[in-house]
Design a protein around this ligand. Structure first.
Ligand SMILES: CC(C)(COP(=O)(O)OP(=O)(O)OC[C@H]1O[C@@H](n2cnc3c(N)ncnc32)[C@H](O)[C@@H]1OP(=O)(O)O)[C@@H](O)C(=O)NCCC(=O)NCCS
Length: 384
C-alpha cells in the first residue's frame, strides 16, 4: 500500500448559511485546493459526502462540483452514510490512494438543511434510523440517544450534571473556533435549566442542525513531498458496523461499530489509545461523547463521566477531546461532519489551529458514526 497523506484542508463556517449547497461545497473545496497549493487539474477523483441534497434541490453533487471547479472530466462518487457520511467517504478516498489508483483526490462533505425547519429536519433525519423499528415508531434521534443516556446514568451511577459538563467543555472550545456554529459560553446551570428535548437530554445536551461544508486534499506521500513540507500522514483507518436498530444490540451503553473501527485503526497504526494526543469524536449528544471515549479506549467502561468531572478531557488536559468544539458547539452539518473533523486534525497538526491549539500534539484521531452508530469510521493521523 502507498502511504497516504493530507496536504490541504478548508471549511466554511458552520451554522445557518444563506448560500446554496453547491456554493458552500465549492467554497470549502477551493479553500482546500488553495491551502494545498495545487491546481484543480491535479485532482484525479472527487469523493462527495452528503445526505439531504434533495433539501436544496441538488443531488448527484459530484459532477456538479467537479464541473464548477473546471475539471468536469474528473470522476466523482457521492456517498451517503447518515451522520457518518464524511468519514466513510474519507475512508474510500484513503483506500483508493493507498491502493495506488490515484495520486491526489478531493474529499468534500456538505449539508444544507436549516432552511427547512426543525420539524422537517427531525422527520428526514429519522429516515437514517432503522425506520421500521425506530423512526416509523416515532423515535427521533434525540429520543434514541436519550434511551442510551438513561441506560448509562443508571448503569454507571453518572448524573445529568456529568452530561452537562461535556456541553460546557465543548462550548468553551467552540468559543475559540471562529467557524463554530454555537459560539456561546454556557454553565452547568444553563444546561440544567435549558428546555427538555427528550429526558434526560436538554437543549444544551444536543448538537444543533447546521449547514456547512468541509474539504481535504488526500494524496500519496510522493505527491505530498513534491508540493509541501507541512503535511500530515494518515497512519490508521478502521471501519465497523453495529445492528442498525438499538433494540438489536446486547447493550446500549456501548457502540459496537466504534470498538471494531478503533481496534482496526490502532492495529494498522501500530499504536494504542494511550498514544493519542487529541481526538475529534462524534458528540451528537453529550451522552455520545462519554460512550465514544470509552469505546475508543481512552477510559475504562463507565469511567468517562468521572474523567470529565476531573477535567481530564479539557483542552490541553490529559487528552483533549473535541478541541474544535465538536458537533455540540462547532455544529453538525451531517454530510460534512466527518470531513470537518479531518480539517481540524490537519489544522492542529500543521500549526493552524490558533487559540485552540493542542500543545505539542503529534497524533490525532477522528471518530464519526452514522445514526446511533450503525456505521462508523475511525482514522489516525500523525504530523511529519
Ligand atoms: C435541540 C433541537 C430540538 C432544538 O431545535 P429548536 O427548538 O427548533 O431550536 P431552534 O432552531 O428554534 O433554536 C432556538 C434557539 O435555541 C438555540 N439552539 C438550537 N439548537 C441548539 C442546540 N442544539 N444547542 C444549543 N442551542 C441551540 C438556537 O440558537 C436558538 O437560539 P436563539 O433563539 O438565541 O437564536 C434541535 O437542534 C435538534 O433536534 N438537534 C439534534 C439534531 C440531530 O438529531 N442531529 C443528528 C444527530 S444523530
Amino acid at each position: 500500500m502507498e502511504k497516504v497523506c493530507l496536504i490541504g484542508a478548508g471549511s466554511t463556517k458552520y451554522g445557518k448559511l444563506e448560500d446554496s449547497i453547491i456554493d458552500i461545497a465549492l467554497q470549502a473545496s477551493v479553500d482546500a485546493i488553495e491551502s494545498a497549493g495545487i491546481e484543480p487539474k491535479e485532482i484525479q477523483a472527487g469523493y462527495i459526502s452528503n445526505v439531504f441534497g434533495i433539501a436544496d434541490k441538488q443531488v448527484h453533487l459530484g459532477p456538479v462540483i467537479m464541473s464548477n471547479l473546471g475539471i468536469p472530466e474528473v470522476p466523482s462518487l457521492s456517498i451517503e452514510s447518515a451522520c457518518g457520511s464524511g468519514s466513510v467517504s474519507f475512508r474510500e478516498a484513503y483506500a483508493n490512494v493507498a491502493a495506488g489508483f490515484y495520486d491526489a483526490v478531493l474529499a468534500t462533505g456538505v449539508e444544507k438543511v436549516t432552511h427547512t425547519g426543525t420539524e422537517w429536519t427531525t422527520t428526514y433525519f429519522s429516515y437514517c434510523s432503522d425506520f421500521f423499528y425506530e423512526g416509523g415508531a416515532g423515535a427521533s434521534f434525540p429520543g434514541l440517544f436519550a434511551s442510551m443516556a438513561r441506560a448509562y446514568l443508571a448503569e454507571f451511577k453518572a448524573t445529568e450534571e456529568d452530561l452537562a459538563m461535556v456541553a460546557v467543555k465543548n462550548h468553551d472550545n467552540g468559543l475559540l473556533n471562529p467557524k463554530a456554529h454555537l459560539r456561546k459560553k454556557i454553565t452547568i446551570d444553563d444546561v440544567m435549566k435549558s428546555a427538555v428535548v427528550a429526558s434526560p437530554l436538554k437543549l444544551y445536551d444536543c448538537c444543533p442542525f447546521s449547514d456547512g461544508a468541509s474539504a481535504v486534499i488526500i494524496c500519496s506521500e510522493k505527491f505530498a513531498k513534491a508540493h509541501t513540507k507541512n503535511y500530515v500522514e494518515v497512519i490508521g483507518s478502521g471501519r465497523g458496523g453495529s445492528p442498525a436498530a438499538l433494540q438489536g444490540r446486547d447493550h446500549i451503553t456501548t457502540i459496537p461499530s466504534t470498538v471494531i473501527a478503533a481496534q482496526a485503526a490502532y492495529k494498522m497504526a501500530g499504536i494504542t489509545a494511550k498514544d493519542i494526543d487529541f481526538a475529534e469524536v462524534h458528540d451528537c449528544f453529550t451522552i455520545a461523547e462519554l460512550v465514544d471515549t470509552e469505546d475508543l479506549g481512552f477510559f475504562e467502561k463507565g469511567k468517562a463521566a468521572q474523567a470529565v468531572r476531573e477535567g481530564r478531557t479539557k483542552l490541553n488536559a490529559d487528552i483533549s477531546i473535541n478541541p474544535s468544539g465538536g458537533l455540540k458547539s462547532k455544529g453538525h452539518p451531517i454530510g460534512a461532519t466527518g470531513i470537518g473533523q479531518v480539517v481540524e486534525v490537519f489544522d492542529q497538526l500543521t500549526g493552524k489551529a490558533g487559540e485552540r491549539t493542542v500543545k505539542d500534539a503529534k497524533i490525532g484521531l477522528t471518530h464519526n458514526f452514522g445514526a446511533t452508530g450503525a456505521s462508523c469510521a475511525v482514522h489516525i493521523f500523525k504530523s511529519v
